[in-house]
Design a protein around this ligand. Structure first.
Ligand code: PLP
Length: 458
């Protein structure tokens, strides 16, 4: 009997989904994606969609890159698995580490590998704690993050994140005494600036708030600050002018490490190899994932500078070992695919392509600004968002039960375009290989969805 079940039926009966209303799943069967080509994916009914989000902000080279498939196949045939514990290594991981250090936005000393952005950020948090124990500052353990931040779902990563949905009833942020995970305001100028407050003034206010918080906590207890260059899942929030410059001046004053979470921004998304370059961030620790392999295989990385690495290395010498690492850290197949991804970026001049296309992308977003229900549009490189408002003149959001963002995303899907609703902000993060013609097609689909959305409001 079970052989005749559709994939959707089988899936609903067996698969515990990520980020899904599990109770409603039987009434809203999943979209079954069976294939991908270029910037498109195809469902089991043969419907083709423009993947306006690169999956989960990751498939930067689209869904059918032959070079990545070949690199993976070759690696599987050569050395399908080996680990990196106890002085073991493999060719691909050493090559990839060398390549990443060469690409790093600031001088970095070593690269640690994991499988996901969450694991990379959990590893970064542990390294921050280990580092401060190593340098004889065991009280310096608090990590400051921002509300609306997204750093993943493992216990430390979700604790650093600032989205309610990742905390509520998961008993997070992890409760410790004293608290190790603190949150300050997020730099969403459109939503949180005072009337008439410039971006520079808003940034100064947030930096002052950060300093007050550090002083209130006691600088001797504050270990690190973690930030996405552009906040992704929080609604694609591009930092206001001067933000990172002002924040980092505070961090330096109180000897607080800077962690850049480049899981979305890394590898060209903002028009530079890293968002840190775009926004003048000088991280001590940098985490990346997603576009590191164009999402084709799970892999993430944590880069640490010499200050962090030399202390960690010396401390591991005292303890006998750096007691951290995953079975799949430096997996040879994942590293081979990542290495090939980085080569493709170079061979296909992906950075130049993003820079050339960014003005058209941003203009395409801007074209929605005049819509009665659009309060704000924002973006950089090839990542952006459109924020919906029930009344843009008074900046009144839609009532939550209206599910405005979700509805617009549904209409876009019907128009053959996949976008992401983050509350009432609609995110766009297309594959970096998108052409000008494909970009025009993407915006034409979104415009049709927007027209239908507006019509439903009448
Ligand atoms: N950090 C950022 C900025 C992310 O956007 C994400 C995922 O979207 C993560 C971390 C977590 O990555 P993963 O889902 O691979 O654990």
């Amino acid at each position: 009997m079970t052989e005749h079940r559709s994939t959707a039926d089988k899936d609903v009966a067996t698969h515990l989904h990520s980020y899904t209303n599990l109770a409603a799943l039987p009434q809203t069967p999943p979209l079954v994606i069976v294939q991908g080509d270029g910037i498109h994916v195809v469902d089991d009914q043969g419907r083709r969609y423009v993947e306006g989000m690169s999956g989960l902000w990751c498939a930067s080279l689209g869904f059918s890159n032959q070079r990545l498939a070949d690199a993976g196949a070759k690696a599987l045939q050569t050395l399908p698995y080996y680990h990196t514990f106890n002085q073991r290594t493999n060719v691909a991981v050493a090559d990839l580490a060398e390549r990443l250090l060469a690409l790093a936005p600031v001088p970095m000393a070593r690269v640690f590998f994991a499988n996901s952005g969450s694991e990379a950020n959990d590893s970064a948090a542990k390294m921050v704690w280990y580092y401060h124990n190593a340098i004889g500052k065991p009280a310096k353990k608090k990590i400051i993050a921002r509300r609306n931040a997204y750093h993943g779902v493992t216990v430390a990563a979700a604790s650093m994140g600032g989205l309610d949905g990742n905390h509520r009833d998961f008993d997070l942020p992890l409760a410790t005494a004293p608290a190790r995970f603190l949150h300050v305001d997020c730099p969403h100028h459109y939503r949180y600036a005072e009337p008439g407050e410039t971006e520079q003034d808003f940034s100064s206010r947030l930096a002052a708030q950060l300093e007050e918080r550090i002083l209130a906590e006691g600088p001797e207890t504050v270990a690190a600050f973690i930030a996405e260059p552009v906040m992704g899942a929080g609604g694609v929030l591009v930092p206001p002018a001067g933000y990172f410059e002002k924040v980092q001046a505070v961090l330096r004053k109180y000897d607080v490490l800077m962690i850049a979470d480049e899981v979305i921004c890394g590898f060209g998304r903002t028009g530079n190899m890293f968002g840190s370059t775009t926004f003048g961030i000088q991280p001590d620790i940098l985490t990346c994932a997603k576009a590191l392999s164009s999402g084709y295989v799970p892999i993430s990385a944590v880069m640490v500078n010499d200050k962090v690495h030399s202390a960690i290395a010396a401390h591991s010498g005292k303890l006998g070992s750096f007691g951290h690492g995953y079975t799949y850290s430096g997996h040879p197949v994942a590293c081979a695919v990542a290495l090939e991804t980085l080569k493709v970026y170079e061979d296909q001049h992906i950075l130049e392509h993003v820079r050339a296309l960014a003005p058209a992308f941003l203009a395409g977003l801007q074209a929605f600004a005049d819509q009665p229900c659009v309060g704000n549009v924002r973006g950089v490189g090839l990542i952006g968002a459109i924020e919906l408002m029930a009344d843009k003149t008074t900046r009144t959001p839609f009532a939550a039960e209206h599910k405005a963002g979700y509805r617009l995303a549904q209409l876009a899907l019907e128009e053959g375009l996949i976008v992401r609703a983050m509350g009432d902000s609609i995110g766009l993060c297309p594959p970096l290989i998108i052409t000008r013609t494909e970009l025009d097609d993407l915006f034409a689909r979104l415009a049709r969805a927007m027209e239908r959305f507006q019509a439903e409001l009448q």
